[in-house]
Design a binder for this molecule. Structure first.
Ligand SMILES: [Fe+2]
Length: 303
């Protein structure tokens, strides 16, 4: 009989899983067990600490609802979502706009809108966002799908305006289709940067680590077209105080946008404007570019 100790336990666990028929599941679980065991050995984890960890993960799960996804927040604040995004970008077969976090506030089925529409029900200062969705060679992709979601000018998503019972109606989000040349334009507001939800276990973790918890002002996009890799990304407003210290590590240079007060090329005159062209890579195989999902869909999967 094998003597189980703090080292041999890893091989014993791997051996018991070795008949896993699905090769990808086998690879993922073997990697997970190896690194999880190594982590415990490295920090010499005590029973009390692991029970505390299990309590933390239990609280993260208990905080999840159809309009709140604490596990995505945990993944984001650990830098894990940004890592998965970077790996996804690395696998691309050709150049494209960089991915960024989908975050916990994406919702399926946002309102279908026409080019030029405003996604905000009660805007104070409107701004135009326009540009072109292109392929890797810079050629426009006709009718590309452009989904957008963001906070209002005070830093709140529609999902955060819920009463704890009803899922709030959609606002500050919309679904557009580019024109025959891949061009899109719409109206919105400049969102305010915000503190991630701090009233849960992830917030407790952030406070224990003396982190500020802020995200810089940003606008989420999901861009897609048949035959191309779906792009989940976000654009970040230049000048925000937290661009360099985003709590969820979403910012990268190429995604920072400038607001132009007087752009002669803007398709709607008399408003400040932002121009951004999105580049999609061909899809080598089908697959999602989303690290995250509509919280209500995740709750269903877990039910
Ligand atoms: Fe966000």
């Amino acid at each position: 009989m094998r003597a189980i100790d703090h080292n041999t336990i890893t091989d014993a666990a791997l051996e018991q899983m070795s008949a896993t028929p699905n090769p990808r599941l086998k690879q993922i679980m073997e990697g997970l067990v190896k690194h999880l065991h190594e982590f415990a050995r490295e920090v010499d984890l005590t029973p009390e600490e692991w029970i505390q960890g299990i309590g933390f993960l239990t609280a993260v799960g208990q905080k999840c609802t159809p309009f709140r996804q604490e596990f995505i927040l945990l993944s984001d604040t650990l830098g894990f979502s940004a890592l998965i995004n970077a790996l996804h970008d690395k696998r691309g077969v050709e150049a494209s706009t960089k991915s960024s976090l989908l975050g916990p506030f994406y919702r399926e089925g946002s309102p279908e809108m026409n080019l030029g529409d405003c996604i905000v029900a009660s805007p104070r200062q409107q701004v135009v966002i326009y540009g072109q969705v292109t392929d890797a060679a810079g050629k426009g992709i006709p009718n590309a799908s452009v989904e957008i979601w963001q906070t209002d000018e005070d830093g709140s998503y529609d999902l955060q305006k819920q009463d704890g019972v009803e899922i709030p109606s959609m606002d500050m989000r919309g679904h557009f289709h580019a024109d025959a040349e891949g061009k899109y334009y719409l109206r919105t507001v400049i969102p305010l940067g915000y503190m991630i939800p701090m009233d849960g276990p992830v917030g407790d973790m952030i406070l224990a680590q003396k982190r500020h918890g802020y995200r810089p002002s940003h606008i989420h996009f999901m861009i897609g077209a048949p035959g191309y890799r779906e792009l989940a990304t976000a654009l970040y407003t230049a000048g925000d105080d937290h661009l360099e210290s985003d709590t969820v590590f979403g910012v990268t240079d190429s995604l920072v946008i400038q607001v132009n007060k007087d752009d002669a090329n803007a398709p709607i005159k008399g408003l400040p404007s932002i121009r951004y062209d999105f580049q999609l890579a061909l899809a080598a195989k089908l697959g999602s570019g989303r690290v995250g999902a509509d919280p209500s869909q995740i709750t269903k999967v877990g039910a």
